[in-house]
Design a protein around this ligand. Structure first.
Ligand code: ZN
Length: 420
């Protein structure tokens, strides 16, 4: 499958920054040889956190290089990027940075490597998120969840003896991140149908087959399944790199996860990214299916009112300016909703209805996630489990990104109706 991704890259003529992907026994030795052959190995910098430090010994001793250890469970935010940036400015630019860890370590390294114009290498220690080879860094800066253009790793080395040993909760979270592609791909197709947004079929199919393989493999369990999840996550990152954005991997379910990560309507939770994405997928599937009839309606919305301070501030508080700027960066015409024509939905109703009908039911996704030990409800994420919170999350999470999703349209129509 990973070879297929690399062949899609060459057939599309899209250069992949991550040109070396090794996901097999011996990957740690391959990483060491790779660094020795391409860089001044002694000046490489390994970055891990207190939890993943245990996996760095062989790499550091073989390369005789330095290591920077972030605190355990570091978040990808301005505090932790500053820690790494300060270390780099005090100790000189490394020849290459090696991210040893899971999602946050990768995002922190990616962000700092981009700023410092240094190449990075990915060494994932758990099959927990799909961001290892992504070209964007998902950061929480000053409370707002933002995506920054960033550095993709030049190579990824995933050693089964390392990532298979991760706690099972991390792999279950990775399944949630892969399952989120159900709604992410739906949203991409939805936008393609009604606005003509570019959709590369090869990239779409690559992501779809990664998703299908994880769904089909869920019954297997054991190491074989962990390998499938890791493969799906790597493919997802490569698909994002090929698309030049997170579009193939992130739709309304990720917006909901990001909304919860902003803590504007809920207390902070320790739930993992993929755990939130999995529950977000269940809620969004239910929302999309319940609102299928919206796909038959003419669009009559006032974008300036939907993104007015009166509507945004009661939910987003101090993040209001950032949210308005995200959605209408250059006036209402720059809103993703401005791409919709008045009759875009009814003109495509039959195909949209079929697309919505073809989505799995929330119960199917729920039982699959439960089978792998992932959370399936808000209370399992330590989030408020009541109708008000569900409704706030469904209607206001689409505000986190200026990206067209069916849920963004449902939210816009609902909020417009409340205003009249
Ligand atoms: Zn994700």
């Amino acid at each position: 499958m990973i070879k297929k991704a690399l062949s899609v890259a060459s057939s599309c003529g899209i250069p992949l920054t991550t040109s070396v992907v090794e996901c097999s026994d011996g990957a740690t030795d391959m990483l060491i040889s790779f660094v020795k052959s391409r860089y001044d190995a002694r000046h490489a910098l390994v970055v891990c956190d207190a939890n993943t430090c245990v996996f760095t010994d062989k790499i550091i001793s073989s390369l005789s290089c330095s290591v920077f250890v972030l605190p355990g469970n570091s978040h990808a935010d301005e505090i932790h990027t500053e820690m790494l940036s300060s270390y780099i400015s005090q100790n000189g630019l490394p020849s290459v940075m090696i991210a040893v860890g899971s999602g946050s370590v990768h995002d922190i390294v990616r962000f700092c490597a981009h700023e410092a114009h240094v190449e990075m290498i990915s060494y994932p220690t758990a099959s927990s998120v799909d961001g290892f080879v992504s070209g964007v860094a998902a950061m929480t800066m000053h409370g707002q969840k933002l995506t920054y253009p960033s550095t993709s790793p030049v190579a990824l080395f995933a050693d089964p003896s390392v990532y298979r040993s991760a706690p099972s909760r991390l792999c279950a979270s990775g399944v949630g991140d892969v399952i989120g592609k159900i709604t992410a791909l739906f949203d991409w197709e939805f936008s393609h149908i009604i606005t003509g947004e570019a959709l590369n079929v090869d990239i779409y199919n690559l992501m779809k087959s990664a998703l299908d393989r994880v769904i089909e493999g869920a019954d297997k369990g054991g190491d074989e399944f962990v390998d499938l999840v890791m493969e799906g996550l790597i493919l997802s990152g490569l698909a994002m790199q090929l698309a030049g954005s997170s579009r193939p991997a992130s739709g309304s379910e990720h917006h909901m996860s990001h909304f919860w990560e902003m803590h504007v309507a809920n207390p902070p939770t320790d739930a993992l990214h993929g755990e939130k994405v999995g529950v977000g997928t269940i809620l969004m599937l239910s929302h999309i299916k319940a609102n299928a009839e919206i796909a038959s309606r003419d669009i009559d919305i006032d974008i300036s009112k939907i993104y007015s301070r009166d509507i945004v501030e009661p939910i987003y508080g101090s993040l209001t300016d950032g949210i308005i700027n995200e959605n209408i960066p250059n006036g209402v015409r720059s809103s993703a909703l401005a791409k919709l024509g008045r009759s875009s939905l009814p003109a495509n109703f039959e195909i949209l209805e079929k697309l919505i009908f073809s989505l799995p039911t929330p119960d199917v996704v729920k039982s699959l996630l439960a089978k792998v030990g992932a959370p399936v409800s808000l209370s399992e994420l330590s989030l408020p489990d009541n109708d008000d919170f569900v409704s706030t999350s469904l209607y206001y999470s689409p505000y986190v990104r200026n990206r067209l999703t069916f849920s963004k349209v449902i939210s816009a129509i609902n909020i417009s109706e409340r205003l009249t």
